[in-house]
Design a protein around this ligand. Structure first.
Ligand code: SAH
Length: 346
């Protein structure tokens, strides 16, 4: 694989242009073109620079190979990377804006029992430019520009564990928020982690005040370990401490993801215990009914159960919402579409 130009920061593009002996205004043209989702062969720079860049860099590191549209308007994209690997992303239209869910790894090695992304383990990390490239490709496909973005919000909730690919994810976030690029506000970005405590603490120091989301899915370490092997490495108490530290450093309220699984974590007693665990904390709970994955023998809590869980939580003073599962007719859950594409059912 050649290098990936979309990995570069604006400062790095500037040095690249200078080293190539081109005028410095070319760097801005280059950045403009890349931000519009252009391939190298389409960039509005001199033919000489285009030729130089083509030798060293991938022309189109992230290419949309399939688009599926759900009845609810949600779109699912399959992206091909330069080495032939496939990742997926979801694009959801809401009243307040359009959210794109991006992948940070090909596969995942966290092993959560309910998740399709981890079925075959980790293949490789995505580079910063391959993560950004998903957004650039969708923004272009949806008719967005640099000024009028079609993608207004980004969530790092596709396949992969963002903090298991820490350096590339941080680089991606710096490039995504840089004013020379898409200039997205950190407030419009959410990062979801299964709770890698050292990286959560390190991230609090990065000065990127995004919405930190933690996948909790259980109220005790023992119960959590039944569906999330990472619970054997990090305890809920330490995750909560890291969240408090994040709040201290950024002033941002944090969010917990809690997927309701029948007979596992969705009884009223679990709701009461969750409320007790989170009492007084500057947090919000996002409930979602499990999106059942064929290869996994776990079922969603039923709708009545989910409503009762929500009621119990809110009655106990916890800010919570029960989210609709979007795009379930097109394999909306993590890794489902890729699994299907790779011919493993789903
Ligand atoms: N690795 C990160 C982000 C990717 S998953 C993390 O663990 O947070 C995004 C969210 O979807 C996580 O909360 C994850 O636990 C949840 N998820 C995965 N598979 C799911 C499924 N089948 N149904 C419901 N939620 C699921």
């Amino acid at each position: 694989m050649k290098e990936i130009l979309q990995d570069k920061s604006f400062a790095e593009l500037k040095s690249l242009v200078e080293e190539a002996g081109e005028k410095s205004f070319r760097a801005r043209q280059l950045m403009e073109g890349l931000t519009q989702g252009k391939k190298i062969s389409e960039l509005p720079v001199s033919a000489r620079l285009r030729a130089l860049l083509s030798e060293q860099f991938e022309d189109e590191p992230v290419r949309i190979v399939e688009t599926l549209t759900s009845k609810d308007g949600t779109k699912k994209f399959l992206f091909a990377l330069a080495d032939g690997n496939i990742v997926e992303g979801v694009f959801m239209k809401y009243k307040y804006g359009n959210t794109q869910c991006v992948s940070t790894q090909v596969g995942c090695r966290m092993g959560c029992k309910f998740c399709a992304s981890t079925l075959n383990g980790l293949v490789r990390n995505l580079t910063a430019g391959e993560i950004l490239g998903q957004i650039l490709a969708v923004n272009r496909a949806e008719g967005g520009t640099k000024k009028e973005r079609a993608v207004t919000n980004v969530v790092l909730m596709g396949s992969g564990e963002p903090f298991d690919n820490y350096a590339n994810v941080v680089r991606f976030l710096r490039n995504l928020t840089a004013e020379e690029g898409l200039g997205m506000s950190a407030r419009n970005i959410s990062l979801s982690t299964c709770g890698l405590v050292p990286q959560m603490r390190a991230f609090a120091e990065e000065g990127i005040p995004l919405n930190l989301t933690v996948s909790l899915h259980a109220v005790t370490d023992e119960e959590r370990a039944r569906t999330m092997p990472v619970a054997n490495a990090y305890h809920i108490a330490d995750i909560l401490d890291a969240c408090a530290y994040y709040f201290e450093k950024t002033g941002r309220r944090y969010i917990f993801e809690y997927s309701l699984i029948a007979g596992e974590n969705s009884d009223p007693a679990h709701a009461a215990a969750l409320a007790e665990l989170l009492r007084g904390k500057p947090c919000h709970v996002n409930l979602i009914r499990l999106n059942a994955v064929k290869e996994r023998h776990l079922l969603a809590a039923d709708e009545r159960n989910a409503q009762a869980f929500l009621k119990e939580l809110t009655a106990r003073g916890i800010s919570a919402t029960l989210r609709r599962s979007m795009g379930s007719d097109i394999g909306g859950a993590c890794g489902q579409l890729r699994a299907k594409y790779l011919g493993q059912g789903g």
